[in-house]
Design a protein around this ligand. Structure first.
Ligand SMILES: NC(=O)c1ccc[n+]([C@@H]2O[C@H](COP(=O)([O-])OP(=O)(O)OC[C@H]3O[C@@H](n4cnc5c(N)ncnc54)[C@H](OP(=O)(O)O)[C@@H]3O)[C@@H](O)[C@H]2O)c1
Length: 261
C-alpha cells in the first residue's frame, strides 16, 4: 500500500490513535475523512484540516449512510481504517454486563464487518485499495477484566485473515494494526496519564515507519506488542505463564478501579 495519494476513511478518528494517524496521513499528502459520533471531536478534527462525517458504528443504517455519503463526496475513497472501538471492564460475578457486551460487539466487531461489506464493491472499482483493521495485543493474550473487548479483537484478527484470503486475487490489500497498551483515553483518564502506556506519538511514529519501510507487511507490529503477539508460539506452558503474569499484574495495578465496579 502506498502511504500517499490515497483517500482514507478513519472511523473513530476524532481522538487518540485515529486522530494521530489521520494527521500523519494528511501530512503525507492523503485526503483524510474522519468519521465519528461526537460532534465536539469532529470539530477538533475539522480544525486540523481533516474532512469529517458522522457515524454511529453500533447502528447498521448509520454505517450504510456513511458509506453512501463518503462515496458521493469523495469518489476516490480507496482506504478504510477500522479504528473506532470501545473497551470496558466487565465483572462477570455479581453484575449484569449484557449492555456492555452488546455495545462492545456492535462497535468493535459487527460495525467493521458491516463497513467492510459496504465498501468492497467500491474498492473493487478503484485502481488500488486498502483495508486496515485495528486489533490489539489483547487479541493474542486476553485481558480477563475486559473479556468481551478481548474477544472482539481476537475475532477481528480471525476475520482479517479470511478477508485477506478472499481478496488475495484482487488489488485490495488487507492489513491488521495491532496496538500495544497506548496512552489514550480509551479506558478514561487513568489510561491517558499512565506512564506504563506507550506514548501516542511514539506509537504512531513507529507505525508510520513500518508502513513506509515494509509496504507489504500483513501485520503492523510495533516492537512493544511483539511479546504479546508471539506468546502463543512459545508453547502452551509459556503462554499460560504469560497470560497469568499479565492478568495478575494488571488486576493488582487496577484493583481500586475493579473494586469500585
Ligand atoms: N489505546 C490502547 O491502549 C489500544 C490498545 C489496543 C488497541 N486499541 C484500539 O485502537 C482503537 C482506537 O482507540 P484509542 O486508544 O485511540 O481510544 P479512543 O481515543 O477512545 O478512540 C476510540 C474512538 O472510537 C470512537 N467510537 C467509539 N464508539 C463509537 C461508535 N459507536 N461510533 C463511532 N465512533 C465510536 C470514539 O469516539 P466517541 O468518544 O465519540 O465514542 C473514539 O474517537 C480502538 O479500536 C482500540 O480498541 C487501543
Amino acid at each position: 500500500m502506498n502511504i500517499s495519494g490515497n483517500t482514507i476513511l478513519i472511523t473513530g478518528g476524532g481522538s487518540g490513535i485515529g486522530l494521530a494517524l489521520a494527521e500523519e496521513f494528511k501530512k503525507l499528502g492523503n485526503e483524510v475523512i474522519v468519521a465519528g459520533r461526537t460532534q465536539a471531536k469532529l470539530e477538533v478534527a475539522a480544525s486540523k484540516g481533516l474532512h469529517t462525517l458522522t457515524v454511529d458504528m453500533t447502528d447498521l443504517n448509520s454505517i450504510d449512510s456513511l458509506v453512501e455519503q463518503a462515496i458521493t463526496l469523495f469518489p476516490a475513497l480507496n482506504v478504510v481504517i477500522h479504528n473506532a472501538g470501545v473497551m470496558k471492564n466487565e465483572k462477570l460475578i455479581g453484575q449484569n454486563n449484557s449492555q456492555i457486551a452488546a455495545e462492545t460487539i456492535a462497535t468493535n466487531l459487527t460495525g467493521p464487518i458491516q463497513l467492510t461489506n459496504a465498501l468492497i464493491p467500491h474498492f473493487l472499482k478503484q485502481k488500488t485499495a486498502g483495508i486496515i483493521t485495528v486489533t490489539s495485543g489483547l487479541a493474542y493474550v486476553p485481558l480477563a477484566m475486559t473479556p468481551t473487548y478481548s474477544a472482539t479483537k481476537a475475532a477481528i484478527h480471525s476475520y482479517t485473515q479470511s478477508l485477506r484470503y478472499q481478496l488475495q486475487d484482487t488489488h485490495i490489500k488487507v492489513k491488521e494494526l495491532v496496538p500495544p497498551y497506548v496512552r489514550t483515553a480509551l479506558m478514561g483518564a487513568r489510561q491517558a496519564q499512565d506512564d506504563n502506556a506507550m506514548p501516542l506519538e511514539d506509537f504512531v511514529s513507529e507505525v508510520m515507519s513500518i508502513l513506509r519501510d515494509q509496504p507489504t507487511t500483513e501485520q503492523i507490529l510495533v516492537k512493544r506488542v511483539q511479546p504479546q503477539r508471539y506468546s502463543a508460539s512459545e508453547g502452551e506452558a509459556k503462554y499460560k505463564e504469560f497470560f497469568k503474569k499479565q492478568n495478575d499484574m494488571l488486576m493488582n495495578a487496577r484493583k481500586k478501579e475493579w473494586d469500585a465496579l
